[in-house]
Design a protein around this ligand. Structure first.
Ligand SMILES: [Zn+2]
Length: 301
């Protein structure tokens, strides 16, 4: 939830890249509030350059493993254990399997490695290549299978859209551009902008918005109520006020979570309208989560 950076260097081929990863169910605003001065604003020229950088499945896994190893070390430092099996892990894995069907690039990710972090803090996180981590605290906070499905869909969306590879692509574009010096001045500026923005904006609020919107659509399309995911932001904020100083600080320094809740509800309403679905009739699954039995195994009334 908190934007903490863990910087890691990754060597891919002959090139070395710096990465920051972050806790992804974060309360970044849905609308980019930190709009940049015109010099740094990106357009289609920058996007074209980024699109040219293809990351192979092997490279992606390598990047993900390095980020994960770094994260795991930080968990170990805090005395947090990571479980790779057990009832909770199996339950999460089954839900990931259901939601994976909604991914555009699901063929690229035939299976995911799922971990449960034994901590009361409420986090979820995804790493390139297909690693998902959910904390025990998040399972508690979710309260319903539909809400947990929203969290997992949000994480899968980051992987599906290659959000965590953004930094890699930017550095690759910049490193390709400068040494050879065979580009026009305009292109040099484009490459420079991408590089500068890599450092000026380590978090990209628009990526959180995309992941939230995907989560709303994907849960709905899987038969779950996306409103449960929206309510999670409320629950988190209410709990955050309950005395965890770090999280309280965090909420004080960020725009209200209500923006995020409202945006998820809007996307859900639009999607439901389009499909002729009544939102309130979608599945919630409180007992499913309590008993760690996914809906596809047993639907409770
Ligand atoms: Zn996120």
């Amino acid at each position: 939830m908190v934007h903490r950076h863990h910087w890691a260097a990754v060597t891919v081929g002959k090139q070395r890249f710096l990465f920051g990863c972050w806790l992804v169910i974060c309360a970044t605003p849905l609308v980019a509030q930190n709009s940049l001065p015109p010099l740094f604003s990106e357009g289609s020229a920058e996007q074209r350059l980024l699109d040219q950088i293809k990351v192979s499945r092997r490279q992606e896994k390598q990047i993900g493993q390095t980020q994960f190893a770094n994260f795991r070390k930080s968990l170990r430092g805090r005395g947090v254990r990571l479980l790779v099996r057990g009832r909770d892990v199996e339950y999460i894995r089954q839900l990931v399997g259901v939601l994976r069907e909604q991914m555009t690039h699901r063929d690229r990710y035939p299976n995911f490695t799922v971990y449960l972090a034994k901590t009361r803090s409420t986090d979820a996180r995804a790493f390139p290549g297909g690693i998902i981590i959910v904390t025990a605290g998040m399972l508690d906070l979710a309260e319903t299978e539909a809400a947990l499905a929203g969290v997992l869909a949000h994480e899968l969306s980051h992987i599906d859209r290659g959000h965590q590879l953004d930094r890699y692509r930017r550095l690759a574009v910049a490193q390709e551009g400068f040494p050879r010096g065979q580009f026009s001045l305009t292109e040099m500026f484009s490459r420079g902008r991408l590089l500068i923005n890599t450092y000026a904006r380590p978090f990209r609020p628009e990526q959180e918005s995309e992941a939230d919107a995907d989560a709303a659509r994907w849960t709905l399309r899987s038969g779950y109520s996306p409103l449960e995911f929206a309510r999670l932001f409320d629950r988190f904020a209410n709990r955050a006020g309950g005395g965890n100083p770090r999280i309280t600080d965090f909420w004080r320094s960020h725009p209200p979570h209500r923006q995020r809740l409202a945006a998820v509800a809007d996307v859900a309403a639009a999607e439901a309208r389009q499909r002729g679905i009544v939102l309130t009739q979608l599945y919630v699954g409180r007992e499913n989560l309590q008993r760690r039995i996914p809906r596809h195994e047993k639907a409770f009334p």
